[in-house]
Ligand binder design. Structure first.
Ligand code: AQP
Length: 332
């Protein structure tokens, strides 16, 4: 059976971009794949985190996954720290990956900003840890948003370099799965920036925890241009903020952008935003309610993570042992 691995960082509340770009697809993939879904707390600490907030966000993100429809009886849900193999394999892969490959990673450049020498070494080698996350389970497919495509290509380069250095056919060349209409949801305030947990403006994103009136307010205030909706996708693509709202609507309603334009061409954004609010609230409200219910029961959420950890460890251990043996590391 093909195997899926994917992760989400506990760096704050999940937002609509995480949901449409990743988590909703994760729920659907459970039908046809063996799935591991991981709260990647070791990735989160590549930038400074408040320890108490990090613990809280780890439970919250786990609860969001369950609330969104990840079934812990079927899929393996756990947090990265509890399976030591992630960090151990990452070290082996750090010794395979080349500095030149990491220097090309655009996410590091974006996240490190101008003061690059002051970024943590962890942030720089983040993509190698991500490769270890995937290869520790020999995952065949990784569902991600568009922003992670480059890291997936690096994962394949690392797997190939490992296999060729040691003359083995051990690690798979994992395929990205970039699914749906909304592979890159943009900020509601700036059509050139992706919607992100760490954006300073809460108005830039719709959080999975936002109540209906907050969702309505954020959509009302979302940046657009003064023109009505166009007829064609080609015209829409010249208007980034308009395109973003139509894309979000299409993804939420499980339609494509052209069919949304066929219905709304010529409409004013004030009208379209009301319809968008309705579909966003209808999708997110049940998830928010279920999340609240789960967060009131942290013992249950911790139990899910503990159970997932045990299952993940049993898959990881033989792969790690074999990788160590291939490299020539002695375990007695
Ligand atoms: N705006 C987005 N549109 C579509 N997909 C997105 N993803 C994230 N943002 C968007 C996808 O969500 C999954 C989990 O991402 P993550 O939280 O681990 O890391 P990230 O991509 O760095 O997300 P953020 O919100 O931007 O977090 P911060 O602000 O902490 O860096 C991934 O599959 C990602 O593609």
């Amino acid at each position: 059976m093909p195997r899926i691995f994917s992760g989400v960082q506990p760096t704050g509340n999940l937002h609509l971009g995480n949901y449409l770009g990743a988590i909703r697809n994760w729920v659907r993939l459970q039908r046809d794949y063996e799935c591991l879904y991981c709260v990647v707390d070791l990735h989160a600490i590549t930038v400074e985190q408040d320890p108490a907030e990090l613990t809280k966000a780890t439970r919250e993100v786990a609860a969001s996954l369950l609330a969104a429809g990840i079934d812990p009886a079927r899929s393996i849900v756990f947090n990265q720290t509890q399976v030591a193999g992630h960090a151990e394999l990452a070290w082996l892969l750090n010794c395979i990956a080349r500095v030149g490959w990491l220097n090309r990673m655009t996410q590091f450049k974006e996240k490190a900003g101008k003061n690059r020498v002051n970024a943590s070494v962890g942030l720089y080698v983040y993509p190698v840890l991500m490769a270890a996350d995937i290869l520790l389970y020999k995952a065949t497919h990784v569902p991600v948003g568009e922003d992670q495509k480059q890291h997936l290509e690096l994962c394949r380069d690392i797997a190939q370099a490992f296999n060729s250095q040691f003359g083995v056919d051990f690690f798979p060349l994992t395929e990205p799965l970039i699914l749906g209409e909304a592979t890159r949801v943009m900020s509601l305030r700036d059509g050139a920036k992706k919607m992100s947990k760490s954006d300073v403006s809460d108005y830039s994103r719709i959080n999975l925890t936002d109540p209906p009136d907050t969702i309505a307010q954020k959509i009302r205030k979302a940046k657009t241009d003064p023109n009505p909706l166009p007829d064609t996708v080609a015209e829409l693509e010249r208007r980034p903020e308009a395109d973003n709202l139509v894309t979000i609507y299409a993804a939420l309603a499980d339609r494509d952008r052209q069919s949304v334009l066929a219905e709304y061409a010529g409409a004013q954004f004030s009208t379209f935003k009301e319809r968008l609010t309705e579909v966003a609230v209808a999708t997110l409200s049940p998830i928010t309610a279920e999340m609240r219910r789960l967060l009131a029961d942290p013992v249950y959420v911790d139990g899910v993570l503990r159970h997932g950890t045990a299952r993940a460890r049993s898959l990881a251990e033989p792969v790690l042992r074999e990788a160590q043996k291939i490299v020539g590391l002695l375990r007695t």
